[in-house]
Design a protein around this ligand. Structure first.
Ligand SMILES: [Zn+2]
Length: 121
């Protein structure tokens, strides 16, 4: 598995999780939120966590995943175009293959068992 395959596999996993969460009904989410409020007041860290989960919804995750996929495609396409003319040159980033952008996209998954230390930027 190369770095691009690795990133795409992680994004596929993230998408599955986001889509599963997207299937939770609004009523269920409201019930969960109601339980949270009634169990204890939303103060301090509980309030911060509520703001956090409100911001990073499944829709936000899916948009983020789509943007990352476009970045991977863009850098991979550039790499392929240049590779056909100059086989040892990476993408338009001109810093070798895989480029720093792809290495950075993989970095959040560095704890995954398939992540290779040589991909670290
Ligand atoms: Zn690049």
């Amino acid at each position: 598995m190369d770095l691009v395959d690795f990133i795409r596999a992680r994004l596929d996993e993230d998408e599955r999780i986001a889509r599963d969460a997207d299937g939770i009904s609004r009523d269920t989410l409201l019930d969960l939120y109601e339980d949270l409020i009634q169990s204890r007041p939303l103060d301090g860290q509980r309030r911060l966590f509520g703001i956090f989960i409100g911001r990073f919804t499944s829709g936000r995750m899916l948009a983020d995943i789509q943007a990352k996929r476009r970045l991977v495609d863009w850098h991979t396409d550039q790499h392929d175009l240049l590779a056909s003319a100059r086989p040892t040159v990476g993408c338009r980033c001109y810093d070798g293959w895989p480029c720093t952008t792809l290495r950075l996209l993989a970095l959040p998954y560095a704890s995954h068992h398939e992540y290779r230390t040589e991909w670290r930027p």
